[in-house]
Design a protein around this ligand. Structure first.
Ligand SMILES: Cc1cc2nc3c(=O)[nH]c(=O)nc-3n(C[C@H](O)[C@H](O)[C@H](O)COP(=O)(O)OP(=O)(O)OC[C@H]3O[C@@H](n4cnc5c(N)ncnc54)[C@H](O)[C@@H]3O)c2cc1C
Length: 438
């Protein structure tokens, strides 16, 4: 067991200055456009609306970044490893599919260019993202993905066993995809910085103002909070998992998947010279996912799915420390110092979705465990759509809410799938006697 007390707050909340200058909504306000939720999607949207000369109003239940964004690992990826461009185009058709591919493909580099343009103080590391493969089958998939993203115009590389061993510091992998546009950020600082800039450009932001009810009000909508209300012509719901509580049509559109995220203390320079020596962010493509990145002070950040029947802190810490050691004996001395839990929300298509829920009421539903980059760019595209009133020449497609059939039954499916993958990997390693990468 870890010898040191483990913090149950997120690492980010410890190292990030608080958002200041915002207050709760009181009284009645009118707005052309109101946004619900101050995570990545909502704050990117209000920033881009304000930049375009509009004056949006945003209501956040707690503080900016207090849900998935601020609990995330902060890894920036500019491609989907679950869908290749051809698969996306096959699903949506040439025109819509191509828009989605372009939006996803541009998303990573857009985050870093926005950070640079606005001088957002959020420890950006555009050092590249690795998606390594453990098996021959995974390697085939990685090669296919890289080749299709390349054909779509994005500079995605593949690297061989020797190079991934060097870049990861691990011998678990046969090869990898490398996205040079990817990397990592402090996600809480990113969101808080977006809030600061958006407010500076004229967006009205209210914190501690949960929207408790939405109803039609003449040609627009009324958002009711605890101590105030906003009447708006158009509304965009950006409340992440909270969207499902805001409008009946969204109730069964996403499935929860709980994840433990954790960080060690700053690692010794000698370990850092061997493990991720060039400071890449990494998430492998095995169903029993393993991920690593460093924060700016050399803390290693990793994750594991929340086990269905066992949320005991000490056991999780023990499990993750043993897992790190399994991947590399060099990590045997790494101790978990921060442990926190978050929920990612998975949609049926596992692709970003912008939906028209009702007349003038829209929702961004794009978490799928990978929303930092894609929600940023969805915010930009949504702002352009609101400004223009159409999607011509935009990388945005408008869909209808897509309910998950047998939702009640399937609620545990993401957790069941990943736990099965973990179990399978344990059994295989027992029978094959191979190194255990569980
Ligand atoms: C543990 C974990 C690790 C992750 N790691 C990564 C990663 O490394 N890279 C990556 O790209 N993605 C990652 N993700 C996913 C990423 O965090 C999400 O895709 C992204 O944050 C979604 O952004 P969002 O703005 O839609 O939602 P959120 O960030 O959840 O923001 C929604 C906001 O709405 C507010 N809200 C909710 N209900 C209401 C209401 N009724 N009224 C007003 N406000 C409301 C919430 O307080 C919250 O601030 C991770 C997620 C988790 C949980």
């Amino acid at each position: 067991m870890s010898a040191v007390e483990v913090e149950e707050n997120t690492l980010w909340s410890k190292v990030t200055p608080a958002a200041s200058g915002f207050s709760a909504l009181t009284g009645s306000h009118d707005a052309d456009i109101a946004v619900v939720g101050g995570g990545v999607a909502g704050l990117s949207l209000v920033y881009h609306l304000a930049e375009a000369g509009m004056a949006p109003t945003l209501l956040e239940a707690a503080t900016p970044g207090s849900d998935a964004a601020g609990k995330s690992a902060g890894i920036i990826v500019s491609l989907s490893v679950r869908h290749s461009p051809c698969e996306i185009i096959k699903k949506y058709g040439e025109d819509k599919g191509r828009r989605l591919v372009n939006m996803i493909g541009e998303s990573g580099s857009y985050v870093f260019s926005l950070i640079h343009k606005l001088a957002l103080d959020c420890a950006p590391q555009q050092t590249g993202f690795l998606a390594p493969a453990r098996t021959a089958q995974e390697l085939q998939r990685v090669n296919l993905l890289a080749s299709e993203w390349r054909s779509s115009g994005y500079e995605i590389k593949t690297i061989d066993r020797e190079e991934i061993c060097h870049l990861s510091g691990l011998d678990a992998y046969q090869g990898s995809l490398l996205d040079p546009a990817g990397g990592a950020i402090n996600p809480l600082a990113y969101v808080r910085e977006l809030a600061r800039v958006a407010a500076g450009q004229g967006a009205r932001l209210f914190i501690d103002s949960p929207v408790v009810k939405i109803h039609k009000n003449g040609n627009g909508w009324r958002l009711q909070s605890n101590n105030g209300r906003v009447n708006a012509k158009q509304v965009v719901l950006c409340a992440g998992g909270g969207n499902r509580n805001l409008f009946a049509g969204l109730e069964r559109t996403v499935l929860p998947f709980k994840v433990f995220q954790m960080a060690t203390g700053p690692l010794d320079g000698k370990i850092r010279e061997m493990i991720l020596p060039e400071n890449h962010a990494m998430t492998d493509v095995n169903p029993n996912i393993f991920s690593m990145r460093y924060d700016k002070d050399g803390r290693l950040i990793t994750a594991c799915p929340a086990f269905m029947f066992n949320n005991v802190k000490n056991r999780i810490v023990r499990f993750v420390e043993a897992r790190l050691e399994n991947f590399s004996p060099l990590l045997a001395s790494a101790r978990i110092r921060y442990l926190w839990k978050g929920t990612t929300w998975i949609g049926r298509s596992i692709l970003p979705r912008f939906t028209e829920v009702s007349d003038g009421l829209f929702a961004i539903q794009a978490c799928n465990g990978r929303g930092l980059a894609v929600n940023t760019i969805l915010g930009r595209e949504t702002a352009r759509f609101i400004k223009l009133g159409h999607t011509e020449n935009l990388n945005l497609i408008i869909e209808k809410p897509d309910a998950v059939r047998y939702h009640g039954l399937l609620c545990h499916l993401p957790a069941i799938l990943i736990n099965t993958a973990r179990l399978r990997s344990r059994v295989m390693s027992k029978f094959t006697g191979l190194h255990r990468y569980n």
